[in-house]
Design a protein around this ligand. Structure first.
Ligand SMILES: Cc1cc2nc3c(=O)[nH]c(=O)nc-3n(C[C@H](O)[C@H](O)[C@H](O)COP(=O)(O)OP(=O)(O)OC[C@H]3O[C@@H](n4cnc5c(N)ncnc54)[C@H](O)[C@@H]3O)c2cc1C
Ligand SMILES: NC(=O)c1ccc[n+]([C@@H]2O[C@H](COP(=O)([O-])OP(=O)(O)OC[C@H]3O[C@@H](n4cnc5c(N)ncnc54)[C@H](OP(=O)(O)O)[C@@H]3O)[C@@H](O)[C@H]2O)c1
Length: 442
């Protein structure tokens, strides 16, 4: 039976999935609810799929944040070390143009439901301009992203001021002259606190534990480039040296009035930020402990401190969400996620997940390698291991990092180790910069 493959999403993961399927001469069609390629990187002031804000710049540097088939040098050699959301949107759209993907994407189309019939058939229901349609596909590739469905925190009491999630935070200006409390210690929280502090009357940041704040540069080099040079050192030793370097360059959290770090490097997803500590030492951002409860417009903290706020912004992360599946088929919203190489299901052979992992680094270089393996399997050039069920279990039992048990830590991988794991399944000349790859290779 000829393959007919559906891809959900035309963000950074979906476009590389599509490109690599087409490279192998396969019949593939992507659906995206958006009007263009780019996913999370299509900034919009209105509520949308995207969670980036006006001033978002990537946290992984450009040479570690590029597709092997289309590098930033292929796109624009003048791209900055840490591109903005707009540079990235243009990069992804240039990738889609370069590899002639636009004719294979149905935009403004929401995937409503995916019903698995068997190993050869999916019934996929979509909606475009209010019109519903059900079509049959042999295989399904899920690339719907995992940073768009807000995870809200719960506290006793009620906050009567404005309460929003970082997903709907778009710019600092609406918070001018307000008293703002930001919750969280991840990259959203630290970015949002820095941005609002530029215009607010007062900005505070509440942490439920201590986080390492890693600068974007060490010795004039992007910090992940320094990390890349030390991948030959065993992980434990590397973490020790990295902590030492951080101590020398930045100092302990207590110097900034922040909670002390109590976990080892890698046990918590790292936070990369150059401005938070500066803003704290300039009195623009006030460190606070965890929230105990709300009382009208007051927030009561763990240490008994009570303060009035106009706005609370919960930067408390996102659910892994697949609303188009029946929950008894797939539900990873509360972990664990037993997928071999974070992409192969233990039982459903015609289902693939691309980009559904959280690297300490950038997502799409890994998504590109996953896509190549998937496309080679579908083209009959690669076979998945026989003992895949066991391998799926091992993904959960033996993660790259033993992380603390909080909701965001279910799909973490080490960027370099993950790439190495994936590359093991690809031939040496896996890079394909030619848009008509299938014509020359197959
Ligand atoms: C503020 C912010 C900054 C980030 N910075 C970085 C960073 O520096 N480096 C990094 O690697 N990652 C970063 N991320 C993570 C981000 O998830 C990835 O960069 C990247 O967007 C993942 O690509 P994706 O294609 O998997 O998902 P997305 O970019 O989310 O794309 C998913 C696509 O699927 C479409 N879609 C979803 N559901 C449906 C449906 N039912 N029907 C049709 N279409 C659908 C969406 O419209 C979207 O186009 C950041 C995230 C946020 C929120
Ligand atoms: N500039 C950028 O490139 C940029 C900006 C923003 C986000 N991002 C990326 O986007 C993704 C999502 O980041 P994110 O920061 O939005 O989410 P996140 O990484 O999931 O971080 C959520 C934070 O909120 C905390 N938290 C969760 N529930 C809480 C609760 N009930 N009470 C108090 N604290 C709570 C978490 O604490 P625990 O540590 O205890 O889990 C964590 O500190 C990440 O991949 C991130 O790197 C990148």
């Amino acid at each position: 039976m000829p393959k007919k493959i559906a891809v959900i999403g035309a963000g950074p993961s979906g476009i590389t999935a599509l490109k690599n399927l087409l490279d192998q001469g396969l019949d593939a069609l992507a659906f995206d609810r958006n009007q263009d390629v780019g996913g999370n990187w299509i900034y919009s002031e209105n509520d949308s799929h995207s969670s980036v804000f006006e001033t978002t710049h990537i946290i992984s540097s450009k040479t570690l944040s590029q597709y092997a088939d289309f590098t930033f040098d292929d796109f624009d050699p003048n791209t900055s070390d840490y591109p903005s959301h707009d540079e990235l949107r243009r990069y992804f759209q240039a990738y889609a143009r370069k590899f002639n993907l636009y004719d294979h994407i149905r935009f403004n189309t929401l995937v409503l439901h995916c019903e698995r019939i068997d190993d050869q058939e999916w019934l996929i229901t979509t909606e475009t301009d209010g019109i519903k349609k059900t079509e049959t596909f042999t295989d399904l590739v899920v690339c719907n992203g995992h940073h768009w469905n807000p995870r809200w925190p719960q506290y006793p009491g009620e906050f009567t001021g404005e309460f929003l999630h970082s997903h709907t935070f778009k710019k600092a200006e609406p918070f001018k002259d307000k008293r703002v409390l930001v919750i969280g210690g991840g990259n959203s929280a630290c970015d949002v606190a820095v941005e609002t502090s530029r215009v607010s009357k007062m900005t505070a940041i509440s942490w439920r534990r201590g986080y390492r704040i890693i600068p974007k540069f060490f010795f004039g080099q992007p910090s992940d480039k320094i990390g890349e040079r030390s991948t030959w050192i065993p992980l434990r030793l590397r973490s020790f040296f990295f902590d030492l370097l951080l101590k020398i360059m930045v100092g302990d959290n207590k110097l900034y009035g922040l909670r002390e770090v109590e976990n080892k490097f890698g046990e918590i997803h790292p936070t990369i930020n150059d401005e938070l500590l500066y803003k704290i030492r300039h009195g623009k951002v006030k460190p606070r402990l965890d929230i105990k409860h709300f009382s009208e417009n007051k927030v009561v903290f763990e240490n008994g401190l009570e303060e009035e706020y106009d706005t609370v912004i919960a930067c408390t992360g996102y659910y892994l969400s697949h609303p188009f599946f029946d929950k008894n088929l797939i539900d990873y919203s509360s972990g664990p996620v037993p997928l071999y190489l974070k992409m192969f299901h233990p039982e459903y052979r015609n289902l693939y997940f691309i980009g559904m992992f959280q690297p300490l680094g950038c997502i799409w270089p890994g998504a590109e390698l996953q896509s190549k393996i998937m496309a080679r399997e579908l083209a009959g050039l690669w076979k998945r291991p026989e003992h895949i069920k066991e391998l799926c279990k091992l993904e959960v039992k033996r993660p790259h990092y033993k992380q603390i048990d909080t909701p965001r830590h279910t799909i973490t991988v080490d960027y370099h180790k993950f790439k190495k794991d994936l590359l093991r399944h690809l031939p040496k000349g896996f890079i394909s910069k030619n848009p008509d790859f299938q014509k020359v290779e197959v």
